[in-house]
Design a protein around this ligand. Structure first.
Ligand SMILES: [Zn+2]
Length: 317
């Protein structure tokens, strides 16, 4: 769940009741003037939240859903299923979010990024905000109709959207079965193999070499050891003592045996995160995959999923 626009709240739900306010044609008469223009449009108070968004700000779907309406409405409030007063609503979007309907009003006329019937993800841009309909200054008017709403009731059946953002309204996105529960053992293994291939040979992220992988370290280590073994003991003293991350080779007379052992028969390597793997020059990603602890693989899967979701959001945005 996210806010429908990145702008401060300027009018809360329930404020500015028009009941009992006398219509006044003077534009400086405040509520009286709005009643003059739109009638007793919010007898119990503001039916949604206002966000003081500059015209053209992206309006986001607060969670996933299906677009029910894009644009202006015609006729009277009774001609649409949500009792939206067309002259108040202006140009906007109505999205079925499952447990509630989201109404995004006073948007810019045009520039819509979605169509009726389209599925949208949380954070997907619906279109630019504006100042159409009953709006003096640019802002987004956002309101919700929760499941079981009764139009002919207080606030025309609207609920306080703030309850969404406080997390006190359950919606489908919260109860969807987590993806990890749907992964088969074969899929987990496939992901582990992929992760380990990345650990070995490195990977790029954001256009730069984020991690060179373990292979260059293995090769460089072997090179240093070969130099040491080919020379005499005096040269050997010049070898770096730190061969792997966190692995210090003791110089207590058994250097050659210890270091050669590291290079040829495999050693414990701290690679990415806390993964501990047995590694030698000939080890395959598949063999490594079997050594990754189950919990560690799950953590990688979560991290991978987060990245993929971010990528997906960006491509949708
Ligand atoms: Zn409003």
């Amino acid at each position: 769940m996210r806010r429908p626009v990145d702008a401060p709240l300027t009018q809360d739900f329930g404020s500015g009741a028009t009941a009992g306010v006398v219509a006044n044609s003077n534009p400086n008469s405040g509520m009286g003037y709005y009643v003059y223009l739109y009638g007793n449009y919010q007898p119990d108070g503001h039916t949604g939240q206002d966000y003081g968004a500059a015209s053209g700000s992206p309006v986001y779907a607060v969670t996933f859903g299906t677009v029910l309406h894009v644009g202006r409405l015609s006729g009277t409030y009774a001609d649409n299923p949500w009792w939206l007063l067309p002259s108040f609503f202006g140009y906007g979007y109505v999205v079925d979010h499952g447990a509630f309907i989201g109404i995004y009003g006073h948007c810019l006329d045009g520039g819509s990024r979605v169509a009726v019937g389209q599925r949208v993800n949380e954070g997907q841009v619906l279109g630019p905000s504006g100042s159409t309909g009953a709006s003096v200054n640019p802002h987004l008017h956002f309101e919700i109709l929760r499941d079981g709403y009764v139009l002919n009731s207080r606030y025309f059946g609207r609920s306080n959207p703030e309850d969404l953002f406080k997390g006190s309204i359950e919606y489908a996105g919260q109860t969807t079965t987590p993806q990890e529960d749907e992964l088969s053992a074969a899929e987990v293994k496939e992901i582990k193999d992929h992760i380990n291939a990345l650990l070995l040979s490195g990977y790029d992220w954001g256009g730069r070499k984020d991690n060179p992988g373990l292979i260059p370290h293995v090769l460089e280590n072997q090179r240093l050891i070969n130099v040491g073994l080919a020379e005499n003991r005096k040269n050997f003293e010049a070898l770096p003592t730190r061969v792997w991350w966190g692995t210090v080779v003791k110089r207590d007379g058994q250097e050659v045996a210890v270091i050669q052992d590291i290079a040829t028969t495999g050693t414990e390597v701290r690679g990415q995160g806390e993964v501990l793997v047995e590694i030698s020059e000939s080890v395959s990603p598949e063999a490594l995959a079997a050594l990754v602890p189950e919990a560690q693989a799950e953590a990688f899967i979560d991290a991978l999923r987060t990245r993929l979701e971010k990528k997906e959001d960006q491509s949708n945005g």
